[in-house]
Design a binder for this molecule. Structure first.
Ligand code: HEM
Length: 217
């Protein structure tokens, strides 16, 4: 009998479950979900994501020549930089005026290193950022109301696919599960996914720091 290949998507989901919980409970994510995030903090978050996705997309642009298996995942429709540029413009923010915060800069440097040392591991960050469209759809609805964003202006990043989101996510998982990975590569993908969740949490905590005196619940 042919042994079925273990699903990297199933593995990533399990291996990062706790980190997802951590990320969605940062003060920034909580306040986004509650509808209390100030407009400036939202713009700063998108500005950081602009730096992060720009590093990731450039890394993937160069990685696909060495790792053709990633090519079907790194398609124009899944590029987030154009969405972020539109959102920042809608919010009246000049892209070049948003400096990369230290954790954003650190993450970008790590992504560039992964691209040269072990390009297939870029599947990890790609998984985390693509998977975030699951919660983004819900957050976009709250942000639209709380920030008074008309016609979806400023929400292209949070809800890039509209009604197609479930289909885009399931096709991402299907294609990603076809990427041939040995055990070592799977481990590298998982490590890179973990550091992406950690970077998002760190970036979020710089923008909206946890209250030092609050008792953790
Ligand atoms: C308030 C913030 C957030 C909420 C409410 C939220 C909510 C969700 C929901 C409802 C799902 C679908 C779960 C399922 O169908 O099993 C999901 C999946 C996911 N989210 Fe989030 N999320 C949030 C923040 C984030 C952040 C900040 C990231 C990373 C940048 C992230 C990455 C992911 C990933 C990778 C998945 C796919 C998990 C998998 O099935 O493998 N989420 N999220």
């Amino acid at each position: 009998m042919m042994e079925s290949r273990p699903s990297i998507m199933g593995h990533l989901r399990e291996a990062t479950r706790e980190l997802h919980k951590e990320a969605e409970s940062r003060p920034l994510q909580r306040s986004m979900a509650r509808g209390t995030l100030p407009r400036g903090a939202y713009a700063m978050y998108l500005g950081q994501l602009r730096h992060l996705h720009s590093a990731l997309e450039e890394a993937l642009d160069s990685a696909v020549s060495e790792e053709p298996a990633l090519r079907d995942l790194h398609i124009d429709e899944r590029r987030r930089v154009p969405d972020l540029d539109r959102d920042l413009a809608a919010l009246g923010v000049e892209v070049s005026s948003v400096p990369a915060l230290p954790p954003t800069e650190r993450f970008s440097a790590r992504v560039r290193r992964i691209a040269t040392e072990n390009p297939v591991a870029l599947l990890g960050p790609l998984y985390v950022m693509e998977g975030s469209t699951n919660g983004g759809k819900f957050l976009a609805r709250v942000l639209q109301r709380s920030l008074g964003l008309e016609n979806g202006d400023g929400l292209a990043y949070m809800d890039p696919y509209g009604d197609d989101q479930p289909r885009m996510w399931s096709s991402f998982k299907q294609i990603a599960d076809e990427v041939p990975l040995d055990a070592q590569q799977s481990e590298a993908v998982t490590e890179a996914a973990k550091l992406t969740f950690e970077a998002i949490a760190e970036i979020s905590d710089v923008i909206l720091p946890p209250d030092t005196f609050a008792v953790e619940d």
